[in-house]
Design a protein around this ligand. Structure first.
Ligand SMILES: C[S@@+](CC[C@H](N)C(=O)[O-])C[C@H]1O[C@@H](n2cnc3c(N)ncnc32)[C@H](O)[C@@H]1O
Length: 250
């Protein structure tokens, strides 16, 4: 694929989050013939996937009905699904398997958990499952102004994957007791944690450690460096920016 492809340059996965270069280090060594992405929006990432994996079958899932602007191709299929309906996610995965799943949907912690727990068993061995923008599962600052304000922190996909990585790094395998500890006040229960751990071969967390190429809001690179803001006021280096977990299926 051309490094200067406009499809890449125009994706916020590249110019804002900086995910693409990180993903490429994981894509390069794998044969990827089937891809699923949760979150289609305007179809931009489907266009990128079509270009990046020219022979792959691609499935896009969204709560939206199919939009006119979404790309059409014999190897691309769309499915309407609400990530808030776990039984529907389970039904969708029945009889399907993928070499690559990118979860870039609502970014609600509950939905990240539902898709990860239902979806990871349907990733082929040595395939990848990516939870994109998982920074939304960080505890919310007291000053947070959104609908989440006042909600108590609860274990989720981010805390659980961090715990699994932590115990592996310090050389402790996760038994029932450790799984119970991780499952305390968590959206993911003890049994699911044990299954998750069994399904994971390797896992890597990326956190953007540089300024974005340009602002996602106004498109400019006119930054006020001292204020950590774009000239339009958007924060360009906040504590909760651009995190993605890449998981290799066992
Ligand atoms: C971040 S955008 C996807 C961006 C796209 N992957 C790209 O890179 O161009 C998030 C998408 O998730 C969809 N979405 C929001 N809530 C959802 C839900 N509950 N279930 C499924 N999709 C949802 C939105 O309709 C939107 O299209």
């Amino acid at each position: 694929m051309r490094k200067d492809s406009p499809l890449i340059r125009e994706s916020d996965k590249h110019f804002w989050h900086g995910y693409i270069a990180f993903y490429e280090t994981h894509f390069a060594t794998r044969a990827i013939g089937s891809v699923l992405e949760f979150g289609v929006l305007k179809g931009n990432s489907i266009r990128w996937l079509m270009e990046r994996f020219p022979a792959a079958k691609i499935d896009g899932v969204d709560i939206l009905a199919e939009q006119d602007e979404w790309p059409r191709d014999a190897r691309v299929s769309y499915h309407r699904l609400d990530q808030g309906r776990r039984a529907d996610i389970r039904d969708f995965f029945q009889g399907r398997s993928f070499d690559l799943v990118i979860e870039d949907g609502s970014h609600a912690p509950e939905h990240q958990v539902a898709c990860l727990i239902e979806g990871l068993p349907h990733v082929n061995s040595n395939g990848l499952y990516i939870v994109e923008d998982i920074q939304t599962s960080l505890p919310k600052p007291a000053t947070w102004k959104s609908k989440w304000k006042g909600l108590r922190p609860k274990g989720n996909a981010l805390s659980t994957l961090l715990a699994i990585e932590h115990f592996r790094r310090i050389g402790r395998s996760i038994d029932g007791e450790l799984a119970k500890k991780i499952a305390h006040d968590n959206l993911i229960n003890q049994e699911e944690i044990l299954e998750l751990d069994c399904n994971i071969n390797l896992l890597w967390l990326y956190r953007r450690n540089h300024l974005p190429d340009k602002c996602y809001h106004c498109g400019s690179s006119e930054f006020d460096y001292g204020a950590f803001k774009c000239a339009c006021g958007v924060e360009i280096f906040s504590h909760a920016d651009s995190m993605t977990f890449v998981i290799e299926k066992k």
